[in-house]
Design a protein around this ligand. Structure first.
Ligand code: AMP
Length: 278
């Protein structure tokens, strides 16, 4: 496995690869959620590139860019064991010119960013799409693997690929959870013991919502009220129903519904997201 930190060397290596290329874009602090994407990519491609880059332009000014967990050595070990060919872990200066206000960006339309995470994190998806597009160009990947954990991100990237005719297949991968159903996230490292317990009410709400739907309850209000009751100790940023095919808000649940939640836990103020497909 090669660990590469600069674009010139990456391009050279990519040129010499034979067969298909799978890309797994990450911000590192790899866990079993990331590993599931990597394993699938290794299974389906002759070569796998994992990018590890805490992308500054997708963070807002008061967000956790500086304290975001960084553990490149451990991440590389995981990649090596999984059969990855290249880890691309560039410095910020390798990816962006100094003047971050002077970059060409890919900005998805308001219809998809003016809601949910895009609404509370202005500019976030411009940063995500721009770095992902750069990674697509640099790696010339045939397939790229994204987690359904970040459902809005996945939808927006699929739209970008379609709208801009990128020659790449986007492979959605299911959410990996702990035994108690907490969705794996690099940000779970921030949680205190008590926050970890309270964070569980997010997935409990989602699983309970799915159960209510399976029992015939479709009213959004009834389902949301039950979720909010379970999450009463959290600061809920949003709980919403969207159609998985259009990402439009829905007034009532149906089999195309994704229920999405973003919430903060009280002690560490960690922001967590999760969702469930009905
Ligand atoms: P991140 O490092 O948080 O930017 O995530 C990199 C990729 O891993 C994204 O496509 C995420 O959706 C995916 N991912 C993160 N957590 C999980 C999880 N628990 N299950 C599945 N995919 C995940």
């Amino acid at each position: 496995m090669k660990i590469i930190d600069n674009i010139k060397e990456l391009k050279n290596e990519i040129k010499n690869l034979k067969g298909s290329i799978g890309l797994v874009p990450t911000m590192g602090a790899l866990h079993n959620g990331h590993k599931s994407l990597i394993d699938r990519a290794v299974n389906e491609n002759d070569n796998v590139v994992v990018s590890i880059f805490v992308n500054p332009i997708q963070f807002g000014i008061n967000e956790d860019l500086d304290k975001y967990p960084r553990q490149l050595n451990l991440d590389c070990e995981l990649c090596q064991k999984a059969g990855v060919k290249i880890v691309f872990a560039p410095k910020v200066s390798e990816m962006y010119d100094d003047d971050k206000n002077n970059l060409t960006l890919i900005c998805p339309p308001y219809s998809v960013v003016d809601k949910l995470c895009g609404k509370s994190r202005p500019g976030h998806f411009d940063g995500v799409c721009s770095v992902v597009a750069k990674l697509f160009n640099l790696t010339k990947a045939n397939r790229a693997y994204f987690g359904q954990k970040d459902a809005q991100q996945l939808f927006i990237i699929q739209k970008m690929v379609k709208d801009l005719n990128f020659d790449i297949e986007i492979i959605p991968c299911p959410i990996v959870r702990e035994a108690d159903n907490l969705a794996l996230s690099s940000r779970n490292k921030y949680l205190s013991e008590n926050d970890r317990k309270l964070a569980l009410t997010i997935s409990q709400s989602l699983f309970n919502a799915k159960k209510m739907f399976q029992e015939g309850i479709k009213q959004k209000r009834a389902i949301i009220d039950a979720c909010l009751k379970l999450m009463e100790q959290l600061d809920v940023e949003y709980i919403e129903f969207v159609d998985k095919n259009t990402f439009e808000f829905q007034d009532e649940a149906n089999e195309n519904t994704i229920i999405l939640i973003a919430a903060r836990v009280p002690e560490t103020n960690t922001r967590l997201i999760d969702n469930i497909n009905l």
